[in-house]
Design a binder for this molecule. Structure first.
Ligand code: NDP
Length: 417
């Protein structure tokens, strides 16, 4: 370590690049990469900004949700995600599309009190002042109330070991609401401190967004599921069995749910939303019954395959970095949405479409067949093939005994002779 990283955050962009280049001995070509993806407007979004990091964005098609057709922009580096989402959505489109349900959209924040000799008494005291505390919350972010949102409810939960959580429910309107809620919580925490004569341990939004649940459902006539030599009825039975395994076994449930989040995260990134918040909330919800389970459920009566997926999806169409991200704005237009509720509906349907395509492939032809074609494209490009060489190379790779980097490089060399 030779370079000096002290006060790195105060340096200009050019100074930062020079320090990193010195530290890691970057060539001029490597330093040029920072410049290539640099966006001046991103300088103030994160600390120590160097450059942007490009990820591919594409469109999933065939979505019909609550009677409306949608195209779905997705940002992902995983080759098969968009193809699978479009494929799942196509099957459901033929069956009439997805139905979604969204009852309420409130974010929950918590103020935690500690070392309470009598948590029950403190809880009763706080609840008796609930109306006043909700007013304090609203006063901390008055514009929210003007927009029709604001603090809705206060709840107390005794956690044990002298801890008490005071939960604040807030209608955050079109935003995800983390920052707005955190400001409101800090104001309420001060009032609670005065009221209870204790200093709260912390106040922060909870990502376990159980007051922001959204559900997608679909009913698919089994005839639409036929795959190769597998009858639609057999495919439906196998999908239902795979769903049951994900309810029984956390090893399978984790991968089942990863597939669902493949779709949801890709839309979250494309719309400038906080995918870590969605991930943590979704996985916590998957363990609500005491064991980690598959988030979706598929059953069949032999005629129809019934699918459903319910998740907390507290997303926003304003706030965070959304307003400064031109593509996030554009993607709202592509999605055809004007509210956070619409976005939630599309995201949960995308998760269910993704899951249907993955599980259907898994129980019939296997996941690799579809995956490998797309993976081979990535392999060809990684091995140095030009876009013009890719189609011929893919044909040869598909026949090759080993589909690895060395083989691909050999095939490219032969192709160029
Ligand atoms: P902001 O802090 O950006 O607040 C929302 C902004 O949107 C406000 O400035 C608000 O204006 C404006 N706005 C405009 N129109 C509306 C409308 N119709 N409804 C609601 N707000 C509107 O964003 P959030 O509070 O949503 O916070 C999201 C960010 O917080 C994300 O980037 C997330 O990563 C981050 N975060 C996440 C945490 C977590 O998940 N645990 C913790 C902390 C931060 P006005 O001010 O006039 O009301």
């Amino acid at each position: 370590m030779t370079a000096d990283f002290r006060h790195f955050y105060q340096k200009s962009w050019a100074e930062r690049v020079a320090i990193v280049a010195e530290q890691t001995q970057l060539s001029a070509a490597e330093q040029a990469l920072f410049k290539k993806y640099y966006l001046p407007q991103h300088h103030d979004i994160i600390e120590n900004y160097l450059t942007d990091y490009p990820l591919p964005m594409g469109l999933a098609v065939n979505f019909v949700i609550d009677g409306q057709a949608h195209i779905v922009p997705m940002v992902t580096e995983e080759p098969s995600v968009i193809a699978a989402a479009s494929n799942g959505a196509k099957i459901v489109k033929r069956a009439g599309g997805f139905r979604t349900t969204l009852k309420r959209r409130e974010m929950i924040g918590q103020i935690v009190l500690e070392q309470l000799p009598d948590p029950q008494q403190t809880a009763a005291l706080i609840e008796s002042h609930a109306v006043r505390l909700l007013e304090v919350a609203d006063a901390a972010h008055p514009s929210l109330k003007k927009r029709g949102g604001g603090a809705r409810k206060l709840r107390t939960r005794i956690l044990g070991a002298g801890y008490l959580s005071v939960d604040l429910f807030v209608d955050v309107q079109a935003a995800m609401g983390a920052n707005m809620l955190n400001s409101m919580l800090e104001a309420v925490a001060k009032s609670i401190g005065v009221l209870t004569k204790t200093a709260p341990l912390m106040s922060i939004l909870s990502n376990y967004a159980t007051a922001s649940l959204v559900k997608a459902e679909c009913d698919i006539p089994v005839g639409l599921l036929q795959a190769g030599r597998y009858s639609g009825q057999l495919v439906a039975q196998k999908i239902a069995a795979a769903s049951q395994v994900a309810q029984l076994d956390p090893y399978r449930a984790t991968t089942h749910n990863k597939g669902i989040m493949n779709g949801i995260d890709a839309v979250a990134v494309a719309t400038g939303n906080d995918w870590r918040a969605l991930e943590s909330g979704a996985h916590a919800y998957a363990v609500q019954a005491g064991q980690y389970r598959g988030m979706s459920c598929w059953t069949t009566d032999g005629q129809t395959l019934y699918g459903s997926l319910e998740l907390p999806l507290p997303v926003g169409i304003v706030g965070g970095s959304i307003k400064i991200n031109e593509l996030a704005q554009l993607n709202q237009r592509l999605l055809g949405i004007t509210s956070a509720r619409d976005l939630e509906r599309i995201m949960v349907a995308t998760g269910l479409a993704q899951n249907l395509a993955a599980v259907r492939a898994l129980v019939t032809t296997g996941i690799q067949q579809g995956h490998m074609h797309l993976q081979l494209k990535s392999l060809a490009l990684a091995a140095g093939a030009t876009p013009e060489e890719v189609p011929r190379l893919l044909q040869q790779l598909e026949q090759a005994p080993h589909q690895d980097l060395a083989t691909t490089q050999r095939l490219i060399a032969t192709l160029r002779r």
